[in-house]
Write a protein that binds this ligand. Sequence first.
Ligand code: TMP
Length: 203
Amino acid sequence: MTVSRFITFEGIDGAGKSTHIESLKARLAAQGPVLSTREPGGTPLAEQLREMVLHSGMGPLTELLLVFAARRDHLDKVIEPALAAGTTVLCDRFTDATFAYQGGGRGMDLAQLATLEQWVQQGRQPDLTLWFDLPAEIAAQRRAAARAADRFEQLDLEFFERVRAGYQARANAAPQRIARIDASRPVVEVAAQIVAVMEQRGW
Ligand code: TMP
């Protein structure tokens, strides 16, 4: 029987997740069907919401509700059907990002986030989360070299240190699920850390 897994990738902007998602996808594809997707996004509706969240001015509560609305559509139309069909789902960001960005970064109430999490996800949680951790300053240097900034990426170092602390708090609360990857290391070493996490689980 195929075992489907739900694996998410997290970290502050500039942590370098993308390359590693692709290599992990290639590795897991040898074991069975794999789908990669992202949040906010992953469905036509959620991609429209993503555009708004990343580029339109709005208050923090509107932003929070839009990311959860996008998540609900993504779960309904893509994630849950794929997992039910035995497909492993790799998702670039999920609810830990909401706790880190809207909770840590924007200072939204964590108890309200937990209520929304429960309401929207109905108990669905990733089986494994790879958290690409690095200091905000190094991430900012990498971003500056790589691309034009969206609404989040324009925010200051203090915002990203709060986001990082938000991820740390989530990792402390769910140490079995969230594996910290030292993303300040060179790409080959980061890849080796990921392989070690997978091997520890026998994946
Ligand atoms: P990406 O550039 O890694 O695809 O992420 C898009 C941005 O959206 C990133 O800056 C983090 C932010 N974001 C939130 O603020 N809350 C969320 O729940 C998610 C999934 C992403």
